[in-house]
Ligand binder design. Structure first.
Ligand code: UDP
Length: 259
């Protein structure tokens, strides 16, 4: 499919116009970023794995009635998606306390939460994606009450489904981030963006070995091997046989400045 002009470029993906009305081509890059762009690398093959894993998750979600932007994957790095107007809120769903939650509130690392916790962050890199409340969302008209309720319900359903899917292959879904957008075509709010090891925390159920972007954030080893392991367990790795495992230097300790 012929790509049109670049519509938008983010940290890990590029959106191009497509020949089809209301549809765009979502291209997955190999760029890895963390700590609001302060740490960067290019990890050859990451985009291919994320494209495939995200396709797998979005098409499964579609089958259980979670409407989303995916039309189809068109090649190793690209998907055809519906054009949406992204709602400027990142929805973070947590099952186990880690990351910013533990830093912010002093909750002990690894605490299993009694109920999934939904947090809202404003999508604004200049401000460092600050946490916002339900009242902020309503007050500044980022969404109305009905839309927010609908998305909260969807977040819980998506979490239930993904937790089960990953649990079945020996992975704990610790937390994840999702985004939604308004689709003029559907006259509705639908799930958009991606769901991949870039946007989830995934721990091996037995060893708690990290299989997600924390490998890059915390220099824990070979990121690609973690992502390949996720794809392999989901039984979708066969098409990735041409991705070479990359040998990284031995992990070294990194000092991370406290915010
Ligand atoms: N997350 C993401 N993009 C962001 C921020 C967070 O995909 O811009 C994901 C992250 O991978 C994790 C979850 O959201 O699965 C919760 O992240 P947290 O707030 O703990 O982020 P941290 O500041 O620790 O990276």
């Amino acid at each position: 499919m012929k790509k049109g002009k670049k519509l938008y470029e983010g940290k890990a993906k590029i959106l191009y116009a497509s020949p089809e009305k209301n549809l765009a081509i979502q291209h997955f890059k190999d760029d890895a970023t963390a700590f609001n762009n302060q740490k960067k690398a290019i990890i050859e093959g990451k985009g291919i794995l994320n494209n495939r894993i995200s396709e797998h998750i979005f098409s499964n979600l579609n089958q259980i009635g979670i409407k989303n932007h995916l039309i189809k994957r068109i090649n190793m790095r690209e998907q055809l998606v519906k054009i949406v107007e992204i709602i400027p809120i990142e929805f973070v769903i947590r099952n186990i306390a880690t990351g910013s939650l533990t830093k912010r509130l002093g909750i002990e690392e690894g605490t299993v939460l009694d109920y999934p916790l939904i947090e809202y962050c404003l999508k604004n890199d200049d401000l460092g994606d600050p946490l916002v409340s339900r009242e902020h969302i309503l007050s500044f008209n980022w969404m109305n009450v009905m839309e927010l309720e609908l998305i909260n319900e969807q977040c819980k359903r998506i979490n239930d489904f993904l937790q089960g899917m990953f649990r079945g292959v020996g992975i704990k879904l610790v937390d994840f981030k999702i985004e939604f957008g308004r689709s003029s075509q559907d006259n509705n709010i639908i799930l958009a963006d991606e769901i991949s090891p870039d946007t989830c925390r995934l721990w091996d159920s037995t060893t708690e070995k990290k299989l997600d972007k924390d490998i890059f954030r915390k220099d824990l080893g070979n990121l690609l091997e973690g992502y390949q392991e996720v794809a392999r367990r989901l039984n979708i790795l066969h098409e990735q046989s041409n991705i070479r495992p990359i040998k990284f230097p031995k992990p070294k300790a990194v000092k991370i400045k406290k915010k």
